[in-house]
Ligand binder design. Structure first.
Ligand SMILES: Cc1cc2nc3c(=O)[nH]c(=O)nc-3n(C[C@H](O)[C@H](O)[C@H](O)COP(=O)(O)O)c2cc1C
Length: 310
């Protein structure tokens, strides 16, 4: 079974990678399986300075998913370059850095520095859990276009822009970042959500709202990817509730070229490896002989099977 996928900046031996923020910088997971078995790794967000994130509680359970409001906790771009990337490099799979910031200048600074050390960037303009930056860039097409253009100019590698589902019209957002020179899209980040504790009568999360992820959001993501695949000519890394090889096939049919597994890593740290092992049989079960032939299979012939290479 041919599991390869070639994308701008990325030669993937299979389409499976862990989603940003759900795998740290890989060290904890390296004790469970060989990281080079992954198609690629997407690191936790990098900001210019170290961030400690929001106060606890910052995660809560939800039916078929979870809420989080971590608030971009990370050791800062210099710390990541010095302490985290060398470990990942020892394993030899492609590395994608997730870039975040409070201002356009901060995004540019982080992108410029970290892009010298990785294969691609995932531009996080969609974090719903920080007070400044993040989501406002991902919900205003003009700001999204501006920050994408500036980051693309400053970067040494292809830039995948991570879209927020917290918008009325996902196609307008996708088109704005395509015009600005993005090499690809990453879809989707979490949906802004809330839970309330009946005993305290207050929101459970200290941030009040958090991002909903997990199986609950899969149909939303599939719908958005299907729409965006028909509207723009960029490869898509799909994510949202993936827990099995069957889920991966659904994402590829919708139009994703590769996928990221997020919340499922918290339930089962072996999940990415298990999906990689399971994928050849599942592809065969549905009559496929390669991953690339599945991509966009749910669309009519005019858009079917687009292959994006750098
Ligand atoms: C605890 C947690 C932390 C996250 N941190 C980040 C982050 O730093 N940057 C980012 O772009 N997305 C972050 N995300 C979003 C995920 O990468 C992913 O887009 C989302 O969770 C949907 O995938 P899933 O349903 O498989 O979890 C985080 C998600 C969770 C649950």
């Amino acid at each position: 079974m041919n599991m390869n996928v070639a994308l701008p900046g990325l030669t993937l031996k299979n389409p499976i990678m862990p989603a940003s923020g759900c795998f740290g910088f890989g060290k904890e997971f390296a004790q469970f399986y060989e990281l080079s078995d992954l198609g690629a790794v997407i690191m936790k967000a990098a900001t210019a300075e170290k961030r400690f994130g929001n106060d606890t509680p910052r995660v809560a359970e939800a039916s078929s998913g979870m809420l989080n409001a971590i608030g971009l906790q990370n050791p800062g771009v210099e710390g990541i370059i010095k302490e985290e990337i060398p470990f990942l490099k020892e394993h030899g799979m492609p590395i994608i850095a997730n870039v975040a910031g409070g201002t356009v200048d901060e995004y540019v600074e982080v992108a410029e520095k970290i892009s010298e050390h990785v294969d691609a960037l995932e531009l996080n303009i969609s974090c719903p859990n920080v007070k400044e930056g993040g989501v406002q860039f991902g919900t205003d097409a003009g700001l999204a276009e501006d920050v994408t253009r500036r980051v693309v100019e400053a970067s040494h590698v292809p830039v995948y822009v991570k879209l927020s589902p917290n918008v009325t019209d996902i196609i307008t957002m996708a088109k704005a970042v395509e015009v600005a020179g993005a090499s690809g899209l990453s879809m989707i980040n979490t949906l802004t959500a809330m839970r309330i504790d009946p005993k305290t009568r207050k929101p459970i999360l200290s941030n009040k709202t958090g991002g909903l992820s997990g199986a609950a959001i899969k149909p939303v993501s599939i719908r958005m990817i299907h729409q965006v695949y028909e509207a723009v000519n960029l490869p898509i890394i799909g994510m949202g509730g993936i827990e099995s090889a069957e889920d991966v096939i659904e994402y590829l049919l919708a139009g994703a070229s590769a996928v990221a597994v997020g919340s499922a890593n918290f339930k089962n740290p072996l999940i990415c490896k298990e999906i990689i092992d399971e994928l050849p049989n599942t592809l065969q079960k549905y009559g496929f002989t390669s991953v690339e032939e599945v991509i966009g299979g749910a669309h009519d012939e005019s858009t079917e099977n687009r292959v994006f290479r750098s």
